[in-house]
Design a protein around this ligand. Sequence first.
Ligand code: B12
Length: 287
Amino acid sequence: MPKYSIKTVASLTGVNPTTIRAWERRYQFIVPSRTESGHRLYSDQDVEKIKWVVDKQKEGLTVSQAIQQLQQAPEPEGEPNRLYDEELRMGLLDALLSFDERTAHDLINQAFNTFSFEKVTKDIIGPLLMEIGARWEDGSITIAHEHFATAFLRSRLSTLSLQMPLNPFLPRITCVCAPGEMHEIGLLFVTLYLRQHGYDVIFLGAGFPKEDLSKALHDIDTKCLIFACTLSEHLSALEEAIDYIGKDHPELMIGTGGYAVSSEASRFKDTFLGDTPEEWNEWLSTI
Ligand code: B12
């Protein structure tokens, strides 16, 4: 829980406030919360991270080397973290279902501060959205709650890739939902996974008619098009789109994925990327 002012952090770590602010701006390895009046508030984890950098500097590492090591450090296993991610997930769900955007920002900052991108998407955001789906289905929440939650998560997830460096030797990929498909968060997870691995990705989001997509692809210099489909009722439209675009862009590699495709994997055996990052990597290596 955020509780220390920058002055207190400076005295706890021996790093002066100007340097702490500079490290935040340059490396984004800590994202403090804010008080009502906008003052920074830091958590115990933030203080531990700054102390880690100071110790590594004493061992002769530069600040950026120390922070890189910190971000690559494996997630500490065991009970404290599982409880902490559960606490964060429940807190974030409550905040989103009570339309409390400020608390939701604080909690998702803490999540990205404490855990890797993979863990936050897999163990916090994914299950949270499943819970929202179940509550919508049993009528305990409205579609307005679902829209508020997804709009918030979509905007926070989209900003993540700003920090992800591009590998110019990798092909550009275009990601879009199947025609008629509006579930785009799963595809956004995949897009962030690709960007984290250096791919330049054009994210087109919710589905639209195949004719418009095919026309636009003449303006997008891309080697690969990846479709997402969550609802089985959109699978026929997806097959038509793959056929239509395949004829108009014979050089384009087309991939598919998502809940509905995964449930009928044999029907999409020529294009299905698989269900796990390992299977995605194998498919990507064939582009
Ligand atoms: C958010 C949401 C919405 C939002 C979507 C907003 C947005 N911008 O994305 C809105 C409000 C628009 C919506 C609308 C509808 N929804 Co809805 N929705 C959901 C909800 C709550 C979360 C979906 C989500 O983001 N999950 C999190 C992501 C990360 O999980 P995921 O999509 O499965 O993705 C994972 C994998 O599948 C995979 N993956 C996903 N995409 C891809 C792509 C590739 C290429 C690859 C390799 C992998 C991959 O990786 C991801 C990470 O593991 C689900 C509940 C649920 N159980 O999922 C219901 C749910 C999917 N919706 C449902 C329904 C019925 C609808 C509506 C028909 C409701 C209505 N009557 O209006 C409409 C249909 C709209 C349309 N035309 O598509 C049902 C579907 C039931 C079914 N038939 O299967 C669900 C299951 C709710 C429920 N419990 O009944 N929905």
